[in-house]
Design a protein around this ligand. Sequence first.
Ligand code: KG4
Ligand code: ZN
Length: 342
Amino acid sequence: ADEPLVLGIETSCDETGVGIVRGSTLLVDAVASSVDEHARFGGVVPEVASRAHLEAMVPTVERACRDAGVRLADLDAIAVTSGPGLAGALVVGVAAAKALAVGLGKPLYGVNHLASHVAVDVVEHGPLPEPTMALLVSGGHSSLLVVPDVTADVRPLGSTIDDAAGEAFDKVARLLGLPFPGGPHVDRAAREGDKVAIDFPRGLTSGKDLQRHEFDFSFSGLKTAVSRWVRAREEAGEPVPVPDVAASFQEAVVDVLTRKAVRACADQGVDDLLIGGGVAANSRLRALAQERCDAAGIRLRVPRPGLCTDNGAMVAALGALMVERGREPSGLDLPADSSMPV
Ligand code: KG4
Ligand code: ZN
């Protein structure tokens, strides 16, 4: 086959991800997570994440090769997340990828984490329509991107001006006494609740705020509103209806995300919307996005939840596209760039 065999390494946060693709066919997606080690701190501790990546790296690469039935010598290229993310965590992946590339004499491709969240969908839904609109929502970012070429041209249209969507889920989960990371727990609790029980604020959706921040997001006001509402209940000695709070909070987040994403498609004349990042695993976000895209005549692509959260397959998928499109490999001076723009 002339499709490139590419191994991708992702260490931008707390998942040590190693994926292998042949072109746009996913062979293996191995992930070792240090999330349990962070849970007792209620958030990702960078130093703990870096050490965990170092310990997990070689076993995860070995497992990926074994499960894919691939020898390192067969690889055509090594791809790695070079940013954005936690500096000390990125360094571990970049160093490992350089070592593999040098040792095997194969080209190295540094990739952008946000672009790879978009590229991963090719392994699930086939060739990416370009331009595509991408809504990336995770613990670290909430962005709308116009993507004319995922390997070379990704344009930011808007982003959060305070908390990321996943961060809001995690903080509200904590207020409700749910474990970290809170997104999946809020999602589950919300299924038993009433999404119109409490009218929480939708940030940057009206008046001057909307004019100035048409495609930006804000979730810190929402988080504060939830916190006030819960505290008032507690002070009145009344029980907190966790499912109703979860459902109403979640609705406020996904209402804004989907409304702005659909509006962005119309504004930019783009007919395809892709949603990625950990929050794209949210069941209500997936349902409401489908409903609104159907109504607006927009095709929606959302990778399966396991490919929405951070993983190595997304890096391998973008690396393979870079090989196929003849992009220049990175030099061995490839940096780990924690604040890398798209
Ligand atoms: O993409 P990701 O794995 O890591 C980052 O790059 O941040 O995203 C993790 C975030 C966490 O904030 C987590 O709570 C959230 O994604 N998340 C969810 C769900 N599953 C994960 N948020 C809402 N609903 C979910 N089902
Ligand atoms: Zn991510």
